[in-house]
Design a protein around this ligand. Structure first.
Ligand SMILES: [Fe+2]
Length: 441
């Protein structure tokens, strides 16, 4: 199998991914010279699930308007023809039967990842004041269309690819090794077939290409940054964490985003994804499971940062005495960075739970809310205590320029230090956690 064969297969097969009749008609209609919104609306109305989805998105907070959008024509006017076309495509594509069972891929997990890229793209677009956030959302939704092609047409080969995957090779690289082409190139070819606008095609083609960042459009870099921030929990293939950090820095700089703004986006990633999946009616699985997976992934990256930190310590031990001060100061910077990540982790734990509680409440799932309340509050209590302990630790290390950490070991064992502080807090009368309230009651 090679790229030429796959490209021919895409070019020759007009019903690629077996598009339903109504979608083929939509694609045809929007290409007509005498195209009108009314005729597009009539085609959409023949497909009830698609009509519902387009109205849902037009009325969602992503396109918050003062009055309710009741007709498909109003929705087309608000969302624009390109967005409606892309939504129609994604509605058809996000079907569990697109992902063949023998591909070994968990459809919910994969759709969750794609939804996360779409929601994050939209959030980044709004954060940087990009003129059309809805274009970013649709570009994100379609970014991994090439992967769906592989999962649909080559499920067994893809299963083998996933089984042989490892953390030293990226997914795109593994795909190129097996198919001679990766999902970005395949996706771009599909976009060409579907006659999607060039800016969407480019964003699909280059959404993992770091080397082209400086030449890429703002939209492409938005989807690229969203892909870098989203957790690829469905595969062992991972970009090296140092490389990923460097790529995030480069792409966010090109988008004129500060580190704080990137953190803000990453922080809201999970709740935005859950919200978008609900509006699009895409099943991405149990929210609690997603939350804990996301936290595990974040924790893995913290462990890597800690390992880097320990490697630096070994290096610092070897430094000559005259260089010791410089090494110590660098250690303090790394310590502060590690502590900041602890803070992000705890904040994420609190925010994630509060978002799920709010969603259960607004969707009137009060029984489920009451059932999970105690466990959630305990997690929040634990996270808050860790938050305070980390802040205390930070105060001790800061200000960086005034304290000399000549003994590098002072900057180590953060886990122990934080655990001791938390222990102290538990013993203190000032701290009351839910379990204490229960006991006292
Ligand atoms: Fe991708």
């Amino acid at each position: 199998m090679d790229r030429i064969y796959i490209f021919e297969q895409i070019r020759e097969n007009n019903n690629l991914l077996s598009l339903p009749q109504v979608l083929s008609e939509i694609l045809e209609e929007v290409e007509k010279e005498d195209f009108s919104q009314e005729s597009l609306g009539k085609i959409i109305l023949r497909d009830a699930p698609l009509t519902t989805n387009i109205l849902k998105v037009a009325n969602s907070p992503f396109y918050a308007r003062f009055k309710e959008i009741k007709t498909v024509n109003q929705a087309i006017a608000i969302l624009g023809v390109t967005t409606v076309k892309c939504l129609a495509l994604s509605t058809s594509v996000f079907h569990t039967d697109r992902v063949k069972k023998d591909s070994g891929m968990d459809a919910q997990e994969f759709f969750g990842y794609t939804i996360s890229i779409a929601a994050t793209s939209e959030k980044i677009a709004k954060t940087i004041g990009f003129k059309a956030p809805e274009e970013a959302l649709t570009a994100g939704l379609l970014s991994d269309i090439g992967t769906i092609f592989f999962l649909h047409h080559y499920p067994k080969e893809y299963k083998k690819l996933l089984e042989n995957s490892n953390k030293f090779t990226s997914l795109s690289e593994s795909e190129r090794n097996v198919f001679g082409v990766d999902h970005s190139e395949v996706g771009a070819q599909i976009a060409l077939n579907w006659k999607l606008p060039e800016y969407i095609l480019d964003s699909i083609k280059n959404h993992h290409s770091i080397s082209t960042t400086e030449q890429d459009s703002v939209l492409t870099n938005i989807v690229k940054l969203a892909s870098l921030l989203s957790v690829e929990s469905f595969t062992e293939c991972q970009t090296d964490i140092k490389e990923r950090g460097e790529a995030i820095r480069l792409v966010s700089e090109c988008l004129s985003m500060t580190k704080e703004k990137v953190d803000e986006v990453a922080f809201s990633l999970l709740s935005c994804s859950i919200e978008l999946s609900q509006y699009l009616g895409v099943d991405i699985g149990d929210h609690e499971k997603i939350l804990s997976k996301a936290n595990q992934e974040i924790w893995k990256s913290y462990l890597t940062i800690e390992n880097l930190y320990k490697e630096r310590q070994e290096l610092a031990d070897k430094l000559l005495i005259e260089e010791h001060h410089r090494g110590a100061s660098e250690q303090k910077n790394i310590t502060m960075a590690t502590l900041s990540h602890y803070l992000n982790n705890t904040a994420m734990a609190i925010y994630g739970r509060s978002q799920i509680m709010r969603m259960l409440h607004t969707s009137n799932k009060n029984e489920e809310l009451i059932e999970k309340m105690d466990a959630f509050l305990n997690i929040i209590d634990e996270a808050i205590r860790k938050f305070v302990a980390v802040l205390d630790e930070m105060k001790e290390v800061s200000p960086i320029d005034k304290i000399d950490l000549h003994d590098i070991s002072d900057a180590l064992n953060l886990d122990d230090k934080i655990a001791k502080r938390m222990q102290k807090m538990e013993e203190s009368q000032d701290w009351v956690v839910t379990s204490d309230i229960k006991e006292k009651a």
